[in-house]
Design a protein around this ligand. Sequence first.
Ligand code: PLP
Length: 399
Amino acid sequence: MKKSYLDTMPDDKGYFGDFGGSFLPPPLEAPFAKIRKAYDELSKSPEFLDELRYIRKHFQGRPTPITFAKNLTKFCGGANIYLKREDLNHMGAHKLNHTMAEALLAKKLGLKKLIAETGAGQHGVALATAAAYFGLECEIHMGEVDIKKERPNVIRMQILGAKVVPATHGLKTLKEAVDSAFEAYMSDPDSQLFCIGSVVGPHPYPKMIRDFQSIVGAESKEQFKELAKVDLPDMVTACIGGGSNAMGIFSGFIDDDVKLYGVEPMGRGDRIGEHSASMTFGTPGVMHGFNSVMLKDKDGEPAPVHSIASGIDYPSVGPEHAYLHSIGRTHIGLCDDDEAIDAFYTLSKLEGIIPALETAHAVAFAMKYAKDHKDENILVNISGRGDKDIDFVAQNYPR
Ligand SMILES: *Cc1c(COP(=O)(O)O)cnc(C)c1O
């Protein structure tokens, strides 16, 4: 039998073609080698996979359904639009699919504490949830500026029992939070697991997080066939920040004749600093421990980025996305801030589903695509619900 794509990629050094790998400061090489070895063994362990299955069913509420968006389909006047409902996952987004698995990995390794940085706080909340479930300690590093801006998520993390550590140097946002979390991790790598929040970072994280998210694609494939009475959708789309929800749903269709579109945020313009469309405008480079494409400033450092959705304003992208795009297997869809707001309201009013602003990017692209591809079936990954965004939208974009 022909080997599936997922079985052959990445290679054992963590490369997807030229992209990926592991670029670490020497003190981190040994702890990451330990994580690689542990994941390699556990990913083949029926006991580990059984425990994950149990958690997904009895704690997260999986499988999440696929919904046929009949009103949106009619409104767009073209292709049939189906929605994979990751917004119905516990805590309202796809992120628990990987944080629960990372926490289980930590438990298996006998570690006491989960540590991570967070930007807007979504990853921090998802990780704090997993830590609570497993009775692990949780330490989340967050820029002081973001702590003020994202107060509801800070409170959620604290209620869930996590310790929120402010990063007080530099610009006091995500980059400083990464430095701060890495420093704290390095001080004691033997009792903590560094929990990356997307398909980014050094090997094995891009593979590991993709594997944990692949449940979304596996469920979708079966459910789509059952609901749509056709074997496969013609096109599958998802928004891309680091790219975990997109890799999750893409992984179910990667060996099939299905078009895959990752949607990048065009923000408010095409100049550096106005968007975070890393594959569209980026160039190859190493950042945060892996080789991918990234947006750079004049000095070759990660560029400032913008998107109305704080979960996708990242100046790079997971190496697997860079690879799949480079070989032409995936395509890029674009959506700017205004189109995202429009899709946010449209999906809410027509379908009774308030999407996260990140998710609204994928919805907006699907709406544009549907008009020009009348005979197709489209599947959109609804990566999360928009409760977290309602105050911001109502204040800044009232309708
Ligand atoms: C965090 C987040 C994203 C972006 O993360 P990816 O790793 O790119 O999937 C997208 N949607 C929602 C709802 C999120 O919370």
